[in-house]
Design a protein around this ligand. Sequence first.
Ligand SMILES: [Zn+2]
Length: 89
Amino acid sequence: MSDLEDSYFRDRIPEKPNLTKRLQTHKKQKFRKEWMDHQDFKVWLAPVIGEPLKAKCKLCVIDLTAELTVLKKHQTSQKHKLSVVQPKI
Ligand SMILES: [Zn+2]
């Protein structure tokens, strides 16, 4: 093996695939004020002061996670429907 060949092989940098680990974290939603304008939510939805990741049901007087799916699910719950008929406030 000549010196020329040696340097040729030494200088070759092996290509490393750029493996960036994807963090599979659940992206937390924050309370959106526009949800309060939603026809289905405006009667009962309220923000929780100091807790942007939470939402509040004024009728059931409970805190919920500020996620649209959670809000929709709560809206269809039996507990909530009863609260709409007989509000605690
Ligand atoms: Zn409710």
